[in-house]
Design a binder for this molecule. Sequence first.
Ligand SMILES: Nc1ncnc2c1ncn2[C@@H]1O[C@H](COP(=O)(O)OP(=O)(O)OP(=O)(O)O)[C@@H](O)[C@H]1O
Ligand SMILES: [Mg+2]
Length: 331
Amino acid sequence: MTPVPPSLGPGIPPRVAGRWPEGPVGSTTDLENLPDDLRVDATEEMRDARIPEVLERLDRELVALREVKARIREIAALLVVDRLRRSIGLQSEPPTLHMCFTGNPGTGKTTVATRMGEILYKLGYIRKGHLVTVTRDDLVGQYVGHTAPKTHEVIKRAMGGVLFIDEAYHVYRVGNERDYGQEVVEMLLQVMENRRQDLVVIMAGYKKEMDRFFSDVPGLSSRIAHHIDFPDYTIGELMEIARQLAERERYRLSPVAEKALEDYLTRRMSQPRFANGRSVRNALDRVRMRQAIRLYEEACLGRQLTKRDLVSLKAEDILKSRVFEGGIYAG
Ligand SMILES: Nc1ncnc2c1ncn2[C@@H]1O[C@H](COP(=O)(O)OP(=O)(O)OP(=O)(O)O)[C@@H](O)[C@H]1O
Ligand SMILES: [Mg+2]
C-alpha cells in the first residue's frame, strides 16, 4: 500500500469559488471547453466538510489500525477529488464504495463502519450517514414469500446510509435448497449495483468464511471496491486501548495496576473466546466492579473515601480475576 500523508491538505489542487455541488450537477462540461489551468480551491471545501478534523479524530480515538486508517484516507481523497471535478462540471460515474471488513471478534469492524457512515456523509457521498446493522435473521424469512418484504424493509431503512451485514456468510449457504438466503443475495446484488449512490453496503466477518462466501456468490466480490482486513491487536495495542478506555471513563491505572492488567491480557489472549478490544472493555468493566466492592466494604467499615479512591483502579482489583487461577472468562 502506498503511504498516505496525515492530512488531505497537500497535493490537492486549489478550488474555483463556490460550494461543493450537492449531488451531480445538471450538465457535463466538455473536457475541452475548460482551460487546463482553471484553478480549483480544495482547502476551503475541505474545511467546510471538516475532513482533516474527522480524520484526525479517527486517528486519535482508534488505537493502531494503521492500514485501515490509510484506506479511509484514500477513500476520503478519492471523494474530495471527485467533488472538485464535479464542481467544474467534469462528471464521471461516482465511485463504488461497497466494502468488506474481515477480522476476528473485537478488532474494530463495527466501530469503523459507524465512523465510515459519518465520513461518507460529511464527504457528501450519502444523504444521511446512519448505520443499519443486520444479521441473517433480519433479512431471511422463515416461509415462502416472507424474505423479500423483510429484506426490502431493511434496505429501505438503510437508504441514504450504510447497511452493515455482520457475519454476511450466514445469509446464504450454497447447496441448501430450502434456504431463502439466495433471494436476499439477489436483492442485495441488485441494490448494490443500481442504488450505489444512495446506499453503501459493508459486509463483515471472519476472513476464511468471507472468502468462501465470495466464491459461492458470483458477482459479489467484484461489486465490493474495498476489502479491508482488521488484524488482531498486539499486547501493546490492547494496553493502549485499555489506557484510553480508562481515561475516557475517568479512572486511573497506577503503574502496578498497568503491569497487572498487562499480565491479565497476556493470559487472556491465549484463552478461548478472546475478543481483542471487546475483551479489554469487558475486563475493565469487571475491574470497576471489583473496585466498587472494595470501596463499598471499606466505607461500611467507616473509612473516609476520597476522590483518589474513586478514580484509582488498583492491582488487587485486577489480580482477583479467575484468569490468574487458570479460569476462563467468556468476554
Ligand atoms: N482500535 C481501537 N481503538 C479503541 N478501541 C477499540 C479499537 N478496536 C476495538 N475497540 C473496542 O473494542 C470494542 C469492540 O469493537 P467492535 O465492536 O468494533 O469489534 P468488531 O470487530 O465489530 O467485533 P465482532 O466481530 O465481534 O462484531 C469496541 O467497543 C471498542 O471500544
Ligand atoms: Mg461487530
